[in-house]
Design a protein around this ligand. Structure first.
Ligand code: SF4
Length: 351
């Protein structure tokens, strides 16, 4: 039975080739062919007959199928993928500075049940496998090459699509290894960000088992326990007091920060008091705050904050000398912005 080529790290492939008494040179050749040269079929050139037969009989090179494409005015693209078992996930290609960032999903649905999140409404259907995570990247890259050949480069990957990535630790870790491999997708380590709602067992595994050298972002959304409990129910189990020291202790390069995401919600967590509490919590840390105005979606219980409140909130954080950026919302008219992804509800504004 054939298995997906895209589930294997370089080390996995070396081991498989060794076990089958195949020449190791075929490993980097295969990796280069698929990830660097972006070829679709198996590389059969300059390979021994035995290796060719093995590759043909053991590896499957198919990708998740794109079944729906939505594009917004700002060139954001939302891709809906159908998986082998007919479940679906979404990825979002986001333009920035002439390049692209890919917001990738790590689970079908999500178990964390955050009250502001469209994905949370779905519940967890299942974990994505490594090849389904890498498959989103490969399929998005191919879509760009075919449709926007002049600027088709994905430079950043953010695990901020559907799912809590640290709840699917093994597949996310291996995906990062493949993305960072110089023979593989060859992304720079500071170009991959894993965003967590604060899933403590996953953060503990980051320390005990290691994670490739990628960035971490924490969905903070409020430093006030009662409010964070409402927004992120796992906060009742995994306290911020236990999470923050572990996040601080993740090794970071000189100019690298932990990103703290703060979803600003009208009349809920956008007051002066909320801003000061956030400033006090993060003052002195290697912190960067990403302020995200809430993006409404069908049945959402919260509202977008007013512009003057966003500006006021940022100006208070500036007093604490914490670098803060208000994230520009992209793709909200196709429900591709932060917290809006949901494959349980299939809207129909495709273009
Ligand atoms: S915000 Fe993230 S962790 Fe929370 S329910 Fe949505 S996808 Fe899951």
């Amino acid at each position: 039975m054939r298995t997906s080529f895209y589930q294997y790290s370089l080390d996995d492939l070396y081991q498989i080739f060794e076990e089958h008494d195949l020449h190791s040179s075929g490993v980097s050749r295969l990796y280069n062919w698929h990830y660097k040269k972006k070829k679709t079929g198996p590389c059969l050139k300059d390979m021994a007959r035995k290796t060719i037969e093995f590759v043909e009989n053991h590896f499957d090179f198919s990708l998740p199928q794109i079944i729906k494409i939505q594009t917004s005015e700002d060139k954001t693209v939302k891709l809906l993928f159908e998986l082998e078992d007919q479940l679906s996930v979404e990825s979002v290609i986001i333009p920035f500075n002439g390049k692209y960032s890919l917001c990738i999903s790590s689970q079908v649905g999500c178990a964390m049940n955050c009250s502001f999140c469209h994905t949370g409404l779905q519940g967890l259907k299942r974990q994505l496998k490594t090849h389904e995570i890498i498959g989103q990247f490969m399929a998005a890259q191919r879509w760009l090459s075919a449709n926007r050949p002049d600027d088709d480069s994905i430079q950043n990957v953010v695990f901020m699509g559907q799912g809590e990535p640290l709840h699917n630790f093994d597949a996310v870790k291996k995906s990062c290894e493949i993305m960072l491999s110089q023979h593989g997708l060859s992304l720079a380590d500071h170009k991959i960000t894993i965003s967590t709602a604060g899933y403590l067992p996953g953060i503990q595994r980051w320390h005990s088992e290691g994670m490739p050298d990628v960035n971490i972002a924490l969905s903070l959304h409020s430093p006030i326990k009662a409010k964070r409990d409402e927004l992120i129910p796992i906060n009742k189990t995994f306290d911020l007091g236990d999470i923050l020291p572990l996040i601080d202790a993740i090794p970071k390069g000189k100019k690298r920060f932990v990103t703290y995401e703060y979803l600003l919600i009208k009349d809920f967590n956008d007051s002066d008091e909320d801003a000061h509490a956030t400033g006090r919590l993060l003052q002195g840390k290697k912190a960067f705050i990403s302020l995200i105005p809430f993006n409404p979606f069908p049945m959402a219980r919260y509202q977008k904050p007013e512009t003057h409140r966003i500006e006021r909130f940022k100006s208070i954080l500036d007093l604490y000398k914490i670098p803060t950026l208000v994230r520009v919302t992209k793709g909200d008219e196709i429900l591709a912005a932060c917290g809006q992804l949901n494959t349980g509800l299939k809207n129909s504004n495709s273009r």
